[in-house]
Design a protein around this ligand. Structure first.
Ligand code: ZN
Ligand code: FE
Ligand code: FE
Ligand code: ZN
Length: 266
């Protein structure tokens, strides 16, 4: 199986050497992996309160290290992925930068609402201080803009707003899923099934089963990622996610090379 969402210590909140991630992938029997570390926010003119990405000057060496791991000629291809924050208003700059580097795929993710990093453990109090359904509305409106921007190949952890266990009510979620799946379908983008949700208070993969069922009905392609921030997390939950996808009805997942999609049977 594949794991398309691995971080590196360059992002300031991950640990371990890239070669250790690769060795762990081989131990777990993965057939292909992709690093998708956090794209340098300084290049997009955005400065978060807590640093969570590599610096612009590290991007070349990040890609060079992936190439050097690949050139060891082992049977495990390593893709050049990147996880990019979708920043509304920065679409032109984002497109230009993504075209300037030889990525195999770009995950578009949302971690910020304004200057609030709602995925950061140090900033979780924003949920208690705010109105959760409004936060969900704001977040998913941005997800739909991300999809419509057509900047990225994959949407990362599409319902990550549930990370810390603050949920909106069921009817609200049904409406959100309905509207969001329409936007995703129109854009042609692929979704990531991200197993990191099992490691956090949400205690559920991203996206939820209801989301996945709605995606299946619309024939929306999916890929797989663990969001590993240390070597032992590589491949974590991936085989469990495969079982879930088969149960929902999926028979294949998407892989990427030079930003072109192809498929792998489950
Ligand atoms: Zn991270
Ligand atoms: Fe992320
Ligand atoms: Fe990530
Ligand atoms: Zn992530």
């Amino acid at each position: 199986m594949i794991d398309y969402h691995l971080h590196t210590k360059r992002c300031h909140h991950a640990a371990g050497e890239m070669v250790e991630y690769v060795e762990e992938a081989r131990r777990k029997g993965l057939v292909e992996i992709g690093f998708a570390d956090h794209f340098p926010l300084d290049l997009l003119g955005y400065e978060p309160k807590n640093p969570v990405t590599m610096e612009g000057e590290e991007l070349e060496e990040y890609l060079a290290e992936i190439d050097s791991l690949n050139s060891r000629g082992e049977a495990l291809p390593i893709r050049r992925g990147i996880e990019v924050d979708y920043l509304p208003g920065r679409e032109g700059e984002t497109r230009r930068l993504l075209q300037a580097y030889p990525f195999d795929y770009a995950l578009g993710s949302i971690h910020f609402l304004g200057d609030w990093d709602f995925t950061h453990p140090a900033q979780v109090k924003g949920f208690a201080e705010g109105c959760v359904p409004s936060i969900y509305d704001e977040y998913f409106a941005l997800v739909r803009r991300l999809a419509a921007s057509r900047l990225f190949d994959i949407i990362g952890h599409i319902d990550v707003v549930k990370k810390f266990g603050y949920d909106s009510h069921e009817e609200h979620m049904e409406a959100i899923i309905r509207e969001t799946v329409i936007a995703v379908k129109e854009s042609g983008i692929c979704l990531e099934v991200n197993t990191a949700g099992w490691r956090v208070p949400a205690a559920e993969q991203y996206p939820s089963r209801a989301f996945l069922q709605a995606c299946f009905r619309e024939d929306i392609p999916l890929t797989l990622g663990s969001d590993a921030h240390c070597p032992s997390q590589v491949g974590e939950g991936i085989f469990k996610a495969v079982e879930l996808l088969k149960d929902v009805g999926y028979r294949r997942v998407a892989r990427f090379h030079r930003r072109r999609r192809y498929y792998q049977n489950l």
